[in-house]
Design a protein around this ligand. Structure first.
Ligand code: ADP
Ligand code: MG
Length: 263
């Protein structure tokens, strides 16, 4: 699913999170795009925006053929339904079972009554079991989610995203809470699954060796702007140093805002 972003600004009260961002992702055959940059650069804001959880203040954003900037309605529900999200802190419901947590990913596909009564179909159940088997957790299906280790919880997070039959997966620092070994296991698992199914993945990462190993393309953000966008091979160590240790290029004040935002 192609993503196009034109002159995107996102502001929160008096803070600018994204300033004039232009991007065109997944139209070029790259399947795994890494999103990097210092803390506060706007990475999570971009992911939330693509999931339809944050509105653009200025600019245009298309997810597939749907114009997110036009907001609302059935189209927005479709985007949310077809976009899987994986979180740093897993975001499972601890008191529910592993199986129930996976099925939660299916809720947007149910109608209101089915959703309220948690009436999942036989196919949904069978698919949840298949996915749990694929992530190596079938024997834990009836265990409470909060009894699992971090690495196991993220496997549930992956299964919950995939049961949505997503056209796009957004992963916000999916391995930041894991030890190095689990981090690699989770990345191998996630990448294996998205590649087999041909699902585009936009993933925030902090370890550049991971970026080099797994991604086709890198987009780096700094101070709410695109600082680098290109193939992994073009991300030199000089650029990298500049990204994390260089001068701040713009302060996160309202300076330089388009007039539409200050009016
Ligand atoms: P990153 O994920 O790159 O660390 P974020 O997208 O979380 O960055 O944040 C970008 C900027 O926007 C930061 O300055 C942050 O404080 C601000 N920000 C993000 N979300 C909100 C919010 N809900 N309210 C106010 N400011 C926010
Ligand atoms: Mg973040």
């Amino acid at each position: 699913m192609r993503i196009r972003v034109e002159n995107l600004w996102v502001t929160f009260k008096n803070k600018v999170a994204l300033r004039g961002v232009c991007l065109d992702l997944f139209g070029d055959g790259a399947q795994v795009v890494a999103l990097i940059g210092p803390s506060g650069a706007g990475k999570s804001t971009l992911l939330k925006l693509l999931k339809g959880m944050v509105r653009p203040s200025v600019g245009k954003v298309w997810v597939g053929s749907f114009p997110l900037h036009e907001g609302g309605g059935e189209g927005l529900q479709q985007v949310r339904k077809r976009t899987g999200m994986i979180y740093q802190t897993f975001q499972l419901i601890g008191r529910l079972t592993v199986l129930e947590n996976v099925l939660i990913g299916r809720l947007p596909h149910l109608n209101l009554t089915q959703g309220l009564l948690r009436q999942f179909s036989e196919q949904d159940l069978a698919q949840a079991e298949r996915l749990l088997e694929e992530v190596g957790l079938l024997e834990h299906a009836w265990q409470r989610a909060d009894a699992l280790s971090g690495g196991q919880q993220q496997r549930v997070g992956i299964a919950r995203a995939l049961i949505q039959e997503p056209a796009l997966i957004l992963a916000d620092e999916p391995i930041s809470a894991l030890d190095p070994k689990n981090a690699q296991v989770i990345m191998d698992l996630l990448l294996g699954m998205v590649c087999r199914q041909g699902i585009p993945l936009l993933v925030t990462l902090h370890h550049l060796e991971m970026v080099r190993h797994y991604a086709n393309r890198v987009v780096a953000f700094k101070d709410g702007q695109v600082f680098f966008d290109g193939p992994v091979s073009a991300l030199t160590s000089e650029k990298e140093k500049d990204l994390y240790f260089g001068e701040e290029e713009a302060s996160q004040t309202l300076g330089g805002l388009p007039s539409a935002l200050t009016a």
